[in-house]
Ligand binder design. Structure first.
Ligand code: F6P
Length: 554
């Protein structure tokens, strides 16, 4: 299907041109009920999408686009276990990991729910044993530190969730993360650890990722002569993987290998055994609450009518901005310290899923797909890049995320935090015009000439759209719902824009080249390199062999 030929598509193109001439202030003035009509209250949060550059006519067409592109059909196929990851021939069943499927699904002759529950049972048993001091190292001392060795989806989800649930963290076992093949990261983590009480979780869907396997081998070497290799592997290593046979080959005992399946994408895997570090950090029961929260979002996504469906609305707005309004970026701005890794997590979730330019039919897309996702804690961003959000010629739609209940008991902080969040979305929406700026400067006693000179720099055009997601409180359940909200948003966006959201071929080329370059970097013997790469390798070779630096240019 060439979606650009749909009449809905063409109407949306026209509406986007018209909307560029309108202002959010105007939209609010025209519709006094806008905030109430363009908000959704779910059990875990309020989703306010009223500060977006849309009106009823645009929304009607966006919803029609979702219907024209058979979003509901693809959603049904996902939930029923059909192989909708077309280039890899796999189902996409991460909702099954949290009991979020509307109907039972069987794969390879068995119910998926049974596979999931069996593995969760194993995880629970192991985590409880660890918390009870029953998991010990080669000298019999209890394990107190677990280092997750994993990258991408085998790192970002667990790290983000543990950070987000800081208020629920147990203090008997500490969790650390090493994702980088730059040995500096592993070295720093190891420097603070005692080999007798440290366990490594090698987390890798494929159990073949260079970064992770290099770190795993170095971790094994770290034990040196302290104990026989078999004892170290038996007592100090667990694996989480969809390739259990490779973990066994590495030498990790079968009962210490926790598995998930190829129908779980790496960036959607935190609900699987990849969540082992989460269950260790906050306890298995809290992990289960996280899964329950995500399952409640699965049900909402599956059941709610499209016009009242939070992930669908979020996705439609994203399609509207990225594809029709041609705003190429989107900012994630949490006003909650604990959510500090959410932007990085969502960067992988969204950009690895929808950063593509081939349709499901194998054609080159003729439109923009997913936006560039970026962001950081809102408060810190205010003192860093918000200048750009407010006054750059580029418009960057944003998601503001906060919670009503503070995650601490220090007085006087939370209101300042939330007031800032509300103020920023208000300022982005309304801006401040020349007249207001001049009046403000006059009130401060500035003369006409000074006002004339300064005013242009202080004008904020406003009209910069945002969503606000206000959680009741940040807890395992609401976090689960929040993350699943984004997952289904990503799915919906890919479904409408006709792309395969669950493969990631774009990461393979660089991996292959790195593998080929490594021996050339080491030996200096170059094979078919471009001039730039050859020059860089030559410099590396010369400097690593002690070539002196040139005299500074005079
Ligand atoms: O290189 C990208 C990627 O394949 C991600 O999709 C994945 O989450 C990450 O690498 C890690 O892969 P693995 O879990 O197989 O080590």
């Amino acid at each position: 299907m060439d979606i650009t030929q749909l009449s809905t598509w063409q109407q949306l193109e026209t509406q986007a041109r018209q909307m560029r001439g309108r202002h959010l202030r105007q939209l609010f003035a025209e519709e006094p009920q806008r905030a109430a009509r363009y908000s959704l209250e779910l059990p875990e949060f309020l989703f306010d999408y009223s500060k977006n550059l849309v009106d009823d006519e645009v929304l009607v067409n966006l919803l029609q686009l979702a219907r024209d592109t058979d979003l509901e059909g693809l959603r049904a196929r996902m939930f029923s276990g059909a192989p909708i990851n077309g280039t890899e021939g796999r189902p996409v069943l991460h909702p099954a990991l949290r009991g979020g499927l509307p109907d039972p699904v069987e794969l390879d002759g068995g119910p998926v729910a049974d596979l999931v529950e069996t593995e969760l049972g194993r995880l629970k048993e192991f985590v409880n044993l660890l918390h009870n001091g029953g998991v010990t190292g080669y000298t019999g001392r209890r394990i107190t530190d677990v280092v997750n060795l994993g990258v991408g989806g085998s790192h970002l989800g667990p790290e983000m969730v543990i950070g987000s649930l800081r208020a629920y963290r147990r203090d008997d076992v500490r969790v650390h993360f090493v994702s980088n093949v730059d040995g500096a990261e592993l070295a720093d983590v190891l420097a603070g650890l005692d080999a007798e009480t440290t366990m490594f979780a090698v987390s890798s869907k494929t159990f073949g990722t260079t970064e992770t396997m290099t770190n795993a081998r170095s971790a094994l070497r770290w034990f040196g002569e302290l104990a026989p290799r078999e004892a170290v592997l038996q007592k100090h290593f667990v694996a989480v993987t969809a390739s259990p046979e490779k973990a066994r080959e590495f030498g990790i005992e079968a009962q210490r290998v926790f598995r998930f399946w190829d129908w779980v994408g790496g960036r959607f895997s935190l609900w699987s055994a990849i969540g082992l570090p989460i269950a260790i950090a906050v306890g298995f029961d809290r992990f289960r609450e996280l899964l329950d929260g995500a399952a409640s979002m699965d049900r909402h996504f599956h059941e709610a009518p499209l016009e009242k469906n939070a992930p669908v609305l979020m996705a439609l707005l994203s399609v509207w901005y990225c594809t029709f309004m041609r705003y190429p970026a989107h900012a994630i701005l949490p006003y909650e310290q604990a959510l500090h890794r959410l932007p990085a997590y969502l960067q992988q979730a969204e950009m690895e899923s929808n950063g593509k330019s081939t349709t499901r039919a194998g054609e080159e897309v003729g439109y923009a797909t997913g936006p560039l996702i970026w962001g950081m804690l809102g408060i810190n961003g205010q003192h860093a890049f918000y200048q750009y959000l407010h006054q750059s010629p580029e418009v960057v739609p944003a998601d503001f995320i906060g919670s009503v209940a503070p995650g601490h008991d220090l007085e006087g902080h939370h209101e300042i935090l939330l007031a800032n969040m509300l103020a920023q979305s208000q300022a982005l929406m309304n801006g401040v015009d020349r007249e207001q700026v001049s009046a403000g400067l006059a009130a401060r006693g500035l003369g006409e000439k000074e006002i004339e000179k300064l005013a242009p720099f202080k004008v904020h055009k406003g009209n910069r759209p945002s969503n606000t997601i206000l959680l009741r409180r940040l807890d395992p359940r609401s976090l689960g719902a929040l993350v699943a909200l984004y997952e289904h948003k990503i799915f919906t966006q890919g479904a409408i824009l006709q792309i395969y959201s669950f493969d990631q071929w774009g990461v393979e080329l660089g991996k292959g080249l790195a593998a080929a370059l490594q021996p050339q970097l080491e030996s200096g013997e170059l094979h078919h390199q471009d001039a730039s790469t050859a020059g860089l390798i030559d410099y590396y070779q010369r400097v690593s062999k002690g070539a002196p630096a040139p005299e500074p240019a005079s």
